[in-house]
Design a protein around this ligand. Structure first.
Ligand code: IPE
Ligand code: IPE
Ligand code: MG
Length: 246
């Protein structure tokens, strides 16, 4: 049986998040510059976005640039930002043709003006699309996100907009960048690293974690299918016993 046919449509994760890692090592292995790795990484983005929409994943979130990534050499940061603008310009058609809505999470004001504008434009142009929500995490840091929630809620309490007793998980959810998205069901990280690197700490509380040694530029549709099949073979107990689930 074709690997894609092994995926059970009724057991799909509603939210898949991916830490796209390994571009630099991919290039290094080939004796090329790191930026070539990033360029090839954008091809995997397209592959995985298309595959996700085709299969019926409703939410896909991609970690594209972390708050910590600003510490990289200036030239690499510049190239990544340029690639972002280029990809947005190139992929707007793919998003429209496939009825995909784009969102972005992170400290977007930190992005270069051009990248920020391009991003807002594509978000605006795709806002009524309904097949899948693609969220790009850009200048994203989960701790920063949580600190912002604390600040906002503190201000609201101070100004009597909400009371301390009313603060619960759902209010916190509504103040996160991911306010419109469900919890992450499946978190994939490529490149063999087994860490979270400040990504969606609150939202992955009960996510299934999937690590693969494949470097991001080599991660293609088939690899996503494998991750989904692996996910579907797990028992998500959410604290209950196996027997309770049957
Ligand atoms: C992921 O690949 C892309 C970003 C973090 C922007 P890396 O650039 O981290 O690649 P490695 O980890 O150095 O191989
Ligand atoms: C995480 O990858 C960030 C993105 C994939 C955008 P990094 O390569 O920056 O993570 P660390 O530094 O190895 O943890
Ligand atoms: Mg890395």
């Amino acid at each position: 049986m074709n690997i894609k046919d092994q995926i059970q449509p009724k057991k799909l994760p509603s939210h898949v998040a991916i830490i796209m890692d390994g571009n630099g090592r991919w290039a290094k292995q080939k004796g090329m510059l790191r930026v070539i790795g990033h360029e090839n990484g954008t091809k995997s983005v397209r592959d995985v976005v298309e595959a996700s929409a085709e299969i019926g994943i409703e939410n896909l979130t991609l970690y594209a640039f972390s708050t910590e990534n600003w510490k990289r050499p200036k030239l690499e940061v510049q190239t990544l930002m340029r690639l972002l603008v280029k990809s947005l310009k190139r992929e707007i058609k793919t998003l429209r043709d496939n009825n995909i809505r784009l969102l972005a999470i992170g400290n977007l004001n930190d992005l270069p003006k051009k990248a920020h504008q391009e991003l807002l434009e594509v978000i605006e142009k795709t806002k009524n699309n309904t097949r899948m929500t693609l969220t790009l995490a850009l200048s994203y840091g989960s701790r920063e996100e949580i600190v912002n929630v604390v600040k906002e809620l503190t201000n609201k309490v101070k100004n009597n907009i909400i009371s301390v007793e009313n603060i619960d998980e759902s209010i916190i959810n509504k103040h996160l960048y991911t306010q419109d998205l469900p919890d992450v069901d499946l978190l994939i990280r490529t490149s063999g690293e087994q860490r979270i690197s400040n990504f969606l700490l609150w939202q992955i509380a009960y996510a299934e974690l999937y690590f693969t040694d494949i470097l991001w530029p080599d991660f293609k549709k088939k690899d996503l299918y494998e991750a989904l099949i692996n996910y579907q073979n797990r028992e998500r107990r959410f604290g209950k016993t196996s027997e309770q689930l049957r």
